[in-house]
Ligand binder design. Structure first.
Ligand code: GLU
Length: 481
């Protein structure tokens, strides 16, 4: 059996979107599963729309996803000599011919055909041309057979037939020396010994043209597989209104690359009803046979769910490394590694994304707690002052704070005061975190440590004292604001 050589061939005209990333992933998995090669080729011959920035975004996105390539990146603009050479070969074989028609002549003919209700098709003026007008630049056109059918035996779509009469003589090399897509792709796939062309279904209609070029070059066909499109949750064509589509946006939103890979692979590929896969499992289990024919719809809820699973299972040190830039982006310089680790261990159970985790973690690292207004109104009252006083007293006698003893302390206070546990825990939570929702408060106290807890409680007591003065002032003088 020949070794698989799969490729990903993006055009660098924008971000790497999830559709492209999934194509890259399927090719990568095919190569890794078969211990073949994965080749990266940048199709930058549309010089007006290709940008260096987009090339960088594509490379970054692939690196972030962990889709490493064995060969490349190759750039089509560095291979122009090759397309010229192959086009000349086709001309020499009588399979292609120079075309001197000017764009405006072609346009006029196109319009005339449309007016007459005919499908515009090149009329082969230059095939019949006897003398070549030496003063004109020329393109090269492929001589496409008129009769018969071209059949695509697609690994995913099955057998698809095209009438040759539908395909006209397409330009393969433009007069400026740049190849057109259908030609450069074949020249590259041939010269790079590609065995599997796996790409989006939007290219299926190009495939018969490419097959004809393979045949004209006298080269055996690779396997073709056209992956169905990705749709929005409403089963409509994916568009901006369906939310983020670029891979790097997912990174910015705090998704882990493993979760995105897991999410992408399930948009079209399945293995029973299994949803979660490690990378190793994917490499072991991936085959094109179970890539479905039907379009897959994105499901942002599933990505959130997968991401939270990966967050929970990740090694704490690795998770810290991943979330730290998001925390720092919020303006916190975290120097206390112990605090960071404890915070992350508490928060990983309740965060869907790294962004959410960084948001939830702010109270651990901020200098001063900003109380949520509603929470403060409800829980920071003078009746809590003696409770805080007692907690400060007890904690001052501890060497370090431990979750278990913190819990016992809260329990003891609730019993001695004849109050339910929440009456102690909620004011304490608002004092230490500013909010009414947080990880278990005994755990939070251990993470913050004795000094921070006491300092925050003192601050809260000052805050309560001040607001009491304000309230009593406004009560004695209702007009003052
Ligand atoms: N450059 C093409 C695109 O980005 C890919 C073509 C192919 O894979 O054959 O759609």
């Amino acid at each position: 059996m020949t070794t698989v050589r799969a490729r990903f061939a993006p055009s660098p005209t924008g971000d790497l979107h999830i559709g492209g990333a999934r194509t890259a992933l399927f090719n990568w998995l095919l190569a890794r599963h078969t211990k073949g090669a994965f080749i990266l080729r940048i199709e930058d011959t549309d010089v007006a729309r290709s940008t260096q920035e987009s090339i960088q975004v594509i490379l970054d996105a692939m690196t972030w996803l962990g889709l490493d390539w064995d060969e490349g990146p190759f750039y089509q603009t560095e291979r122009l000599f090759l397309y010229r050479e192959m086009a000349d070969q086709l001309v020499a074989k009588g399979k292609a011919y120079p075309c001197y028609c000017l764009p405006e002549e072609l346009e006029a003919k196109r319009e005339a055909a449309m007016k007459a209700g005919l499908k515009p098709k090149y009329d082969r003026t230059c095939l019949q041309r006897k003398a070549s007008p030496s003063d004109r630049p020329f393109a090269i056109r492929f001589f496409s057979p008129d009769e018969g059918k071209t059949v695509v035996e697609d690994l995913i779509q099955g057998r698809v037939e095209f009438d040759n009469s539908e395909l006209d003589d397409l330009i393969i090399l433009r007069s400026d020396g740049l190849p057109t897509y259908n030609f450069s792709v074949v020249v590259d796939d041939v010269t790079m010994n590609i065995t599997h062309v796996i790409r989006g279904n939007d290219h299926l209609n190009n495939t018969p043209r490419q097959i004809q070029i393979y045949q004209a070059l006298g080269h055996p066909l690779p396997e073709f597989g056209h992956v169905p499109m990705i749709l929005g949750p409403d089963k409509k064509k994916l568009s901006k209104r369906h939310g983020a589509q670029s891979v790097m946006e997912y990174q910015k939103m705090g998704y882990l690359p493993q979760a995105v890979v897991n999410y992408l692979v399930r948009l079209g590929w399945s293995y029973g009803d299994q949803e979660e896969f490690t990378l190793r499992e994917l490499i072991e289990k991936f085959t094109l046979e179970t890539v479905g024919k039907a379009a897959a719809a994105i499901n942002p809820g599933k990505l959130d769910w997968l991401n939270s699973q990966y967050i929970k299972k990740m090694e704490p040190d690795e998770l810290i490394q991943k979330v730290l830039p998001f925390i720092e982006a919020k303006g916190h310089q975290v120097t206390d590694r112990d605090l960071l680790k404890k915070a992350i261990l508490s928060l990983r159970e309740r965060s869907k994304t790294l962004v959410e985790m960084a948001e939830l973690s702010e109270f651990y690292f901020c200098e001063e707690i900003v109380y949520d207004e509603e929470a403060a109104k409800k829980f920071l009252k003078s009746e809590s002052m003696p409770i805080f006083e007692e907690i400060i007293g007890s904690l001052s006698r501890e060497a370090i704070l431990k979750k278990e003893s913190n819990h016992l302390l809260i329990q003891r206070l609730s019993e001695s005061r004849g109050e339910p546990l929440v009456k102690i825990a909620q004011p304490l939570r608002v004092a230490l975190t500013g909010r009414t929702v947080s990880p278990p408060i005994d755990e939070v106290m251990e993470a913050l440590g004795k000094e921070r807890v006491i300092q925050r409680l003192r601050k809260t007591m000052e805050y309560i004292a001040k607001s009491e003065i304000r309230i009593s002032k406004s009560e004695t003088n209702p007009k003052s604001k």
